[in-house]
Write a protein that binds this ligand. Structure first.
Ligand SMILES: [Ca+2]
Length: 550
């Protein structure tokens, strides 16, 4: 049963309005306008793209190769590292250009209220492959790392399991057992940093093929040979067939297309787990794109003197998307998503392939100054925060004929849902004993239901991170409301996200009954789901607090 009434969620995107011309010179005070215009803009943009796509489709195309059979679609799961929810044209960015991802949304369903299960990398990755909350498998931070701690930190974070638990039956293992050829390409980050060998690499978790996946959370470099003498632990060593000038995002796509081509004529369906390293640091663009975005930034008035920062606790959020190098990385990501989708079309397997697009956490938009590469506006804060900027991510699901095209759904969903959703779209039996924290989105995708019968979704991040001055926190999203609990103080904040996407108006004092109810739900969930809390640090002295002595 739903505790809170949820309005009808499904909307047609075929609206007559034209997208608003958003100003690149976005002042903090204009955030609310952008926020209010968001729904109209996004729906109109998607509608325009959908119209174009339907014209193209009606022009006729050879029937899809059905060698995989209609009941066994291929699966391509794009996961972009650190891509912010607001980093797409689809979600209102006027500086970045993402025509391929925007078009993908027009051909499938866009979830505007989708969440990463955690505000940093490894836990969300594990949530996708296990269908469990990161707290349930005690992997609530980067693999094997409990986060910053010491006498300057008021709370002691819990120990974090370093590896994704081997006893879990991963999504890849489930598909492999059902006869799928499985390939992981790109960032993995699910073996403990201190672990030896390749004991918890993709090949130990259901993948026949592993290209470039290992312990590292970022590449040493984006240019061949993808190494750096100062960061040898981040070297990518299994792409040594490249040549000088090769760019990692392009090279990973080459490998992925090679896998797709090899599988296209086979009777065996495939699962491509396409987990790009981009747009994570180091911010290294393809230099041939730089000039375009430098000129664009100048034309939009986005230069250093215009830069502004929004205060966020004892640090700042970047107010504008204005980093030309980051914009190039976003464009390379989009181009390569497009290349893979084009290969599905060329091989005539597009209609037999589920395509999912998601990010593992919010954009890198906070810090002590203006060095963070993106801005999450209109969302609050960014990566490593429990505010929307840290956990809300773009999610698109496309499967022609089975998934409605061109819909935006507002139902809150979370990365734990992908496991059962993929199984159900592939007409495979659900494994409820495994994906215990996920719900299949198939009834939403097919249009059978407008909402899920889910009370709430939960977040648990009991860690410190140098770009998050709020510290350890948790949250619950139920209907339109979200409650945030700050662990250092026990203070709770309550927001109505339908009216206040930017989490600016704390309703905890004016709606005490709802705040108490959600607080109890969050605490009960922690008690029942194995979530481990922070503990008081007896060595802490306020005068030594890390935020005062960065
Ligand atoms: Ca990440």
């Amino acid at each position: 049963m739903q505790y809170f009434p949820v309005r009808r969620q499904r909307r047609s995107v075929d609206l007559p309005e034209k997208p608003k011309q958003a100003s690149g010179d976005q002042k903090p005070s204009q955030m609310n306008n952008k926020l209010n215009n968001f729904s109209t803009s996004i729906l109109a943009i998607v509608g325009l793209i959908a119209s174009a796509a339907s014209v193209q489709a009606s022009a006729g195309r050879a029937p899809a190769n059905s060698s995989n059979g209609p009941d066994r679609p291929n699966v391509v799961l794009f996961l972009i590292d650190d891509l912010g929810w607001a980093d797409l044209g689809l979600t209102g960015s006027t500086f970045y250009e993402t025509p391929n991802v925007d078009a993908l949304a027009a051909e499938g369903v866009f979830f505007s209220n989708a969440y990463a299960a955690n505000p940093v990398c490894s836990p969300t990755r594990a949530s996708i492959l296990t269908g469990k909350y990161p707290s349930r498998i005690r992997l609530t931070n980067h693999s094997g790392y409990g986060g910053a701690h010491g006498p300057g930190h008021q709370l002691k974070p819990p120990q974090v399991v370093g590896n994704m638990p081997p006893e879990d039956v991963t999504l890849a293992e489930a598909l492999q057992a059902a006869g799928y050829a499985t390939a992981h390409v790109g960032k993995w980050h699910l073996q403990a940093h201190h672990g030896k060998g390749r004991t918890h690499f993709p090949e130990a978790n259901g993948f026949d093929v592993n290209v470039a996946g290992g312990k590292k959370g970022q590449p040493a470099a984006y240019y061949f040979p993808y190494t750096h003498e100062k960061y040898p632990q981040n070297n990518i060593t299994d792409l040594d067939d490249g040549t000088e000038g090769d760019y990692l995002t392009d090279a990973l796509t080459d490998k992925a297309i090679g896998f797709i081509e090899a599988q296209a004529d086979s009777d065996q369906p495939f699962f491509l787990n396409m987990w790009y390293y981009t747009v994570h640091t180091p911010i290294q663009p393809r230099t041939d794109k730089l000039d375009k975005y430098r000129k664009k930034a100048a034309a939009m008035g986005l230069n250093a003197t215009m830069r502004e920062a929004l205060p966020e606790h004892q640090s700042f959020s970047h107010a504008h998307q204005d980093n030309a190098a980051y914009a190039c990385m976003v464009e390379s990501m989009d181009e390569n998503v497009g290349r893979i989708i084009d290969s599905l079309k060329r091989l005539e397997i597009e209609d037999d392939t589920i395509v999912i697009f998601c990010s593992d956490n919010g954009g890198l938009s906070t810090g002590s100054g203006l060095m963070s590469p993106t801005s999450s506006g209109p969302l609050r804060a960014g990566k490593a925060w429990i505010y929307e900027g840290g956990i809300r991510v773009p999610l698109i699901v496309k499967l022609p004929g089975k998934v409605k095209a061109g819909l935006t759904l507002e139902e809150p969903v979370i990365t734990t849902d992908l496991y059962p959703t993929i199984l159900e779209l592939a007409r495979l039996p659900l494994q409820p004993q495994q994906h215990v924290d996920g719900v299949s989105l198939q009834p939403l995708l097919s249009g059978q239901q407008d909402t899920l019968e889910r009370e709430a979704i939960y977040f648990h991040y009991p860690h410190y991170h140098h770009i998050n001055t709020m510290g350890p926190a948790g949250a619950v999203r139920a209907g339109d409301y979200k409650l945030v609990e700050v662990f250092e103080t026990g203070k709770v904040e309550l927001y109505n996200l339908r009216d206040d996407l930017g989490e600016t108006n704390d309703l905890a004092a004016s709606m005490p009954e709802l705040a108490a109810k959600l607080t109890k739900m969050l605490h009960d969930w922690r008690d029942h789901s194995g979530a481990v809390m922070t503990t008081e640090n007896p060595d802490y002295k306020a005068e030594n607090d890390w935020r005062s002595n960065p």
